[in-house]
Design a protein around this ligand. Structure first.
Ligand code: APR
Ligand code: PHB
Length: 389
C-alpha cells in the first residue's frame, strides 16, 4: 500500500488531520489499533476552544457541532460557599463550545466514510520504519495478514501509549513529567445539569467539577485518591461527596440519577520534545498530556494538527519545507503555554496531600484575587477559550 501521509491513531487528532488533508487533496491512510465501536465508547472531555471549532468547520465537519453544541460565555469557580462567574464574552468577546469529544470523533468518522477515506481498524503490531529517510514506511498486521504502508510522512497520533513517541531515539527524546497524587472520579448521568455553565469547585474535601453534554446528560467529577478504585464508589456515595464539595445553594438543586458511566482517570502533565523526528510528526496525546482541569487535552491536539496540516499543505502545494521544519518549535511553544495553564489551575483547585494551612490560605487568596481582578479574569478567559495558534 502507498499513501502520502500515514496517520497512526484514529482518535480525534488523527481523524481531524486526515479530514483536513483530504480537503486539500492530500491522501492519507489512518491505522487504528481498536475497533470503531471501542473508539466511540470512550468518554472524554467536552469543552472546545474557538480554534478547535474553526478547524472542524475548515474540515467540513462542523454542522452537528453547531446544531447540537452549546455556546458557553463563561464559567463559574467556587471556593467553599463562595462562587463567582468569569464572563469570557464580556471580557474578551470569546466563548467556548460544549460538545462531547465522543461526538467530535463520531462526526469525524462519518466524514471519513462519506469521502471514502481509508481508516483501517484492528491494526496490530504497528511499527514505524526508515524515519530518517525520504521513504519511511509502516508495517502492521490486520486479521492475521501482514501489510506494509509506504508513505512520504507519518503522523503519530496514537496517544500516550502508542508506538510513535517511542520511535524517536531515547538519546534524542527529552521527556518532562509531573504525576499528580490524585485522580478524577467521573460520572455520566441522564439528569439535567445543575448549572447552565460549568462549575469548578475548590473545597476543603477536594476538587469537584459540574459539566454537561446536553440538557438531559450531565457529567460530574470529584477528586479522588490516585489509588482509589471505581468499585469503591456507589452512585449514592458519589452524589453525597459531590454535594459536600459544592456551595450549598448548588448542592440543594442537584438532580441525581443512576450512573451510565463511572470511571477514574489519573492526572499527569507530560511533554515530549522534539515533536518531530525525520519524517515522523507527533501530535496530540502522543506528544503531551495535561491534567483535565483546563480542558486542554483535545484542544492542544487541535493546535498541533493546525500547525502540521499547514506545514504539509505548504510542502505539497509549494515544495516548501519551512512549515514542517518549524512544526516542533511552533507546536511546543503553544503546548507549554497550555501546560502552564492546566498545571496552574490544577494547583489552584485541588487539595494536595502535603498541603498545610498556609497553602489553603494561598489558594483562597488566589481565588479571591481572581474574583475581584479584571486583568486576572481576562488572562484566565484568554487561556480557557484558547490562546491564538
Ligand atoms: N496502533 C494504532 N493505533 C493506536 C496504537 C497502535 N499501536 N496505540 C494507540 N492507538 C490509537 C488509540 O486506540 C486511539 O484511538 O490511537 C488513538 C489515540 O487517540 P487519543 O488517545 O484520543 O489521542 P488524540 O487523538 O491525541 O486525542 C487527544 O483524546 O484521550 C483524549 O484526553 C485526550 O482529549 C484528549 C484527546
Ligand atoms: C467534561 O465535560 O468532561 C470536562 C469539562 C471541563 C473540564 C474537564 C472535563 O475541564
Amino acid at each position: 500500500m502507498r499513501t502520502q501521509v500515514a496517520i497512526i491513531g484514529g482518535g480525534p487528532a488523527g481523524l481531524l488531520l486526515a479530514q483536513l488533508l483530504h480537503s486539500r487533496g492530500i491522501d492519507t491512510v489512518v491505522l487504528e489499533r481498536r475497533s470503531r465501536a471501542h473508539v466511540l465508547s470512550r468518554i472524554r472531555a467536552g469543552v472546545l476552544e474557538t480554534g478547535f471549532v474553526g478547524l472542524m468547520e475548515q474540515a467540513g465537519v462542523g454542522q452537528r457541532m453547531q446544531a447540537e453544541g452549546y455556546l458557553h460565555d463563561g464559567t463559574h469557580l467556587a471556593c467553599g460557599e463562595d462562587m463567582f462567574h468569569i464572563d469570557f464574552a464580556k471580557l474578551i468577546n470569546r466563548h467556548v463550545m460544549v460538545y462531547g469529544q465522543t461526538e467530535v470523533t463520531r462526526d469525524l468518522y462519518a466524514a471519513r466514510d462519506a469521502c471514502g477515506g481509508k481508516v483501517l481498524h484492528d491494526c496490530e503490531g504497528v511499527t514505524l520504519h526508515d524515519l530518517e529517510t525520504d521513504a519511511p514506511f509502516v508495517t502492521f498486521e490486520q486479521n492475521g495478514t501482514s501489510h506494509q504502508l509506504n508513505c512520504d510522512f507519518i503522523a503519530g497520533c496514537d496517544g500516550f501509549h502508542g508506538p510513535s513517541r517511542q520511535s524517536i531515539p531515547a538519546t534524542v527524546r527529552r521527556e518532562y513529567e509531573r504525576v499528580y497524587p490524585f485522580g478524577w472520579l467521573g460520572i455520566l448521568s441522564h439528569t439535567p445539569p445543575v448549572n447552565d455553565e460549568l462549575i469548578y469547585a475548590n473545597s476543603a474535601r477536594g476538587f469537584a467539577l459540574c459539566s454537561m453534554r446536553n440538557a438531559q446528560l450531565s457529567r460530574y467529577y470529584v477528586q479522588c485518591d490516585a489509588q482509589d478504585k471505581v468499585e469503591n464508589w456507589s452512585d449514592d456515595a458519589f452524589w453525597d461527596e459531590l454535594r459536600r464539595r459544592l456551595p450549598s445553594a448548588v448542592a440543594d438543586r442537584l438532580v441525581t440519577g443512576p450512573s451510565i458511566e463511572k470511571s477514574i482517570a489519573p492526572l499527569r502533565s507530560f511533554v515530549c520534545e522534539p515533536m518531530r523526528w525525520g519524517r515522523l510528526f507527533l501530535a496530540g496525546d502522543a506528544a503531551h498530556i495535561v491534567p483535565p482541569t483546563g480542558a486542554k487535552g483535545l484542544n492542544t491536539a487541535a493546535s498541533d494538527i493546525h500547525y502540521l496540516f499547514n506545514g504539509l499543505v505548504q510542502y505539497y502545494a509549494e515544495g516548501c519545507a519551512e512549515g514542517i521544519d518549524r512544526y516542533s518549535e511552533k507546536a511546543l511553544a503553544r503546548v507549554w503555554k497550555t501546560q502552564r495553564f492546566s498545571w496552574q489551575l490544577t494547583r489552584l483547585l485541588h487539595a494536595f496531600p502535603e498541603q498545610d494551612a498556609f497553602d489553603h490560605k494561598i489558594q483562597a487568596a488566589e481565588l479571591a484575587f481572581l474574583r475581584e481582578n479584571t486583568a486576572a479574569q481576562t488572562a484566565f478567559a484568554e487561556c480557557y477559550t484558547g490562546i491564538p495558534y
